[in-house]
Design a protein around this ligand. Structure first.
Ligand code: SF4
Ligand code: SF4
Length: 249
C-alpha cells in the first residue's frame, strides 16, 4: 500500500467507515466513471440488533438508522474527496446531493457510477441474488457510497462473481417475489436476477405496515441472508446451516 492509500484508508476508518476499498475502474467506459480511473468504496454498518429486530418487518428504529447511515456516508465521502483534493487530485464524492443533481441533469444512471459497481471493483463483496452488496464481514447489513478519483491508490482484486452458491434464502423470504433466483456476475443486467419494481411495491407495503410511512424500506433480504446472520447472531446461538455456501432497503 502506498502512502496515499494508507492515509485515505485510515482517514475514512477513523471517521466511522466500517470497510474501505480502492477499485480499478479503468476497464469501464470513461463516460460511466466521469473519466476517473479509480473508485473509493466506503461502507458503514447497521448495528446487529437493529437488523435482528426487522425479522418480522421493518421498524421505525431501522428507518432511523437507515437515514443516519446515509448522512454518515455523505460526510465520509465528502471528507475523503476533500482530503484527495488537498493532495492535488481530482475527486468526486458521490453524495446523495451529487446523485440528485445528476438525475436532474438528465443522466440515466442514479449515480455517476453505481456504488455497488465501485464496491465490487474494490473487492468489498459480491452482488447477491437480491441485488444487494454482500460482504464477508457484515453480509448485507451495510450501506455504501463512493468517490471517483484520479489519485494513484493501490487497488484491490475485484470481485467478479457471486458467492451465493445454492442459497435461496432471500428469494424464498422476499414478500414481493422480486428475487428471481439467478446468480450475479460482473456485467450482467440487474433486471436478469432482480425485479426492482416488484421490490419497490412490496417494500412500500412493508413500510406502511411496519412503521406507517409511505416509503420503500423493507430489509427482509438483509436480515435473512446467512452472511448477514453470521454478523448479527452470536455464533453460540447460530444454527450450523449458516455456512459458507450459504431501491432502498
Ligand atoms: S427489500 Fe424486501 S421486497 Fe425488496 S428484494 Fe428485499 S426482501 Fe424483497
Ligand atoms: S440470502 Fe443467500 S442468495 Fe440471497 S444474497 Fe444472501 S447468500 Fe445470496
Amino acid at each position: 500500500m502506498n502512502d496515499i492509500s494508507g492515509f485515505m484508508r485510515d482517514e475514512l476508518l477513523c471517521h466511522g467507515a466500517a470497510l474501505v476499498g480502492f477499485g480499478d475502474l479503468s476497464a469501464l467506459p470513461p463516460g460511466e466513471r466521469a473519466g476517473m480511473p479509480v473508485g473509493v468504496a466506503v461502507a458503514v454498518v447497521y448495528p446487529g440488533d437493529v437488523i435482528r429486530r426487522i425479522a418480522n418487518g421493518p421498524t421505525a428504529e431501522y428507518r432511523e438508522h437507515y437515514d443516519r447511515l446515509n448522512e454518515k456516508l455523505d460526510m465520509l465521502v465528502t471528507l475523503g474527496a476533500d482530503a484527495l483534493k488537498a493532495l492535488g487530485y481530482q475527486a468526486i464524492p458521490q453524495t446523495r446531493e451529487v446523485v440528485r443533481r445528476g438525475a436532474n441533469a438528465g443522466q440515466d444512471a442514479e449515480t455517476l457510477l453505481p456504488h455497488k459497481t465501485v464496491a465490487t471493483r474494490a473487492g468489498l463483496g459480491w452482488i447477491g441474488k437480491c441485488a444487494l452488496l454482500v460482504t464477508r464481514e457484515y453480509g448485507s447489513a451495510v450501506r455504501i457510497s463512493s468517490i471517483l478519483t484520479d489519485a494513484p491508490l493501490k487497488t484491490a482484486r475485484p470481485v467478479d462473481g457471486s458467492r451465493c452458491g445454492s442459497c435461496t434464502a432471500c428469494a424464498e423470504a422476499c414478500p414481493g417475489h422480486a428475487v428471481l433466483g439467478r446468480e450475479w456476475s460482473a456485467g450482467i443486467p440487474r433486471e436478469e436476477f432482480y425485479d426492482a419494481e416488484l421490490c419497490r411495491t412490496a417494500a412500500r407495503k412493508q413500510s406502511l405496515a411496519g412503521f406507517g410511512a409511505d416509503i420503500s424500506l423493507c430489509g427482509k433480504c438483509i436480515e435473512i441472508c446467512p452472511h448477514t446472520r453470521k454478523y448479527i447472531i452470536p455464533s453460540a446461538s447460530r444454527p450450523d446451516s449458516l455456512g459458507e455456501d450459504a431501491p432502498d432497503r
